[in-house]
Design a protein around this ligand. Structure first.
Ligand SMILES: [Zn+2]
Length: 255
């Protein structure tokens, strides 16, 4: 199993020395954070340091459940640019968010739209030698809108209908309140990547493992994944506003 780091965790400013430190701390790869102002240069820095490269596609302004065709076109245009860059750098996977329906009342109709867009994006990724990974999210507790996917059942349905693989975010799952072991088992060979962090089971804090209440240590996660023949990466996705890069790569959980 490979150990990776989300570059979100390294903050906006990254240096050649940072990338070397990440490599020397035993990380095999990094997930480029496309929303970072320096994301393109980060691919170059990661490559120069001998790190494998994955990508977290942008999502802040790119709602995959949007009712606007103009936004849909923009999403496909921007993501194609990123996937082509990823291919140039020999990257293998890209994580995507499912977006949110404008109103919870219309969530079933909007779900079909998201599945259609995910299917088309998956084909685009495949043609560019990339695996598209659809990540689990946290539901809107107010039920004003609807986030995709808001439950493990909805996630499995959307993965199967769109033909995408899964990126399991352990922190999102803890806030949702679903069992990690049962979810890994239900995902089976759909599971291609894991985002790993801890929290207080209330908010998406992205703490270092052991600093929250989820009780999932690195050793426990590795055991659970090995029981299910998982051999993808474990990507530490840790909050850069709570920890420094040094805190993260030197933490016992990342050894
Ligand atoms: Zn994540």
């Amino acid at each position: 199993m490979e150990k990776w780091l989300s570059l979100w965790s390294a903050g906006q400013k990254k240096t050649v020395e940072d990338m070397t430190a990440i490599r020397e701390a035993g990380f095999d790869g990094v997930e480029i954070w496309a929303e970072h102002l320096t994301a393109e240069n980060d691919m170059e820095l990661a490559k120069a340091a001998g790190l494998k490269i994955g990508l977290h596609l942008p999502f802040h302004d790119l709602n995959l459940a949007t009712p606007f065709e103009e936004v849909e076109s923009l999403i496909f245009k921007i993501n194609e640019q990123w996937l082509k860059k990823l291919q140039e750098y020999g990257g293998g996977h890209a994580v995507i968010h499912g977006g949110m329906a404008w109103a919870s009342e219309g969530h079933l109709e909007a779900k079909e739209v998201v599945i259609d867009r995910l299917s088309r994006m998956q084909k685009m990724a495949e043609e560019l030698s990339c695996t598209l990974l659809f990540e689990n999210q946290i539901p809107d507790k107010l039920n004003y809108t609807h986030i995709y996917p808001s439950s493990v059942d909805e996630w499995l349905e959307m993965l199967d209908e769109s033909g995408t693989a899964a990126c399991l975010d352990t922190g999102h799952l803890a806030v949702l309140g679903a069992s990690l072991e049962e979810t890994i088992s239900r995902l089976g060979n759909r599971l291609a990547s894991v985002h790993f962090s801890d929290n207080d089971a209330e908010g998406d804090l992205h703490q270092l493992p052991g600093d929250g209440v989820t009780g999932t240590s690195t050793a426990k996660l590795v055991d659970l994944l090995q029981e299910h023949d998982y051999n993808g990466p474990i990507v530490f996705e840790i909050n850069p506003y709570l920890y420094s890069l040094q805190d993260i790569i030197e933490h016992p959980s990342a050894k």
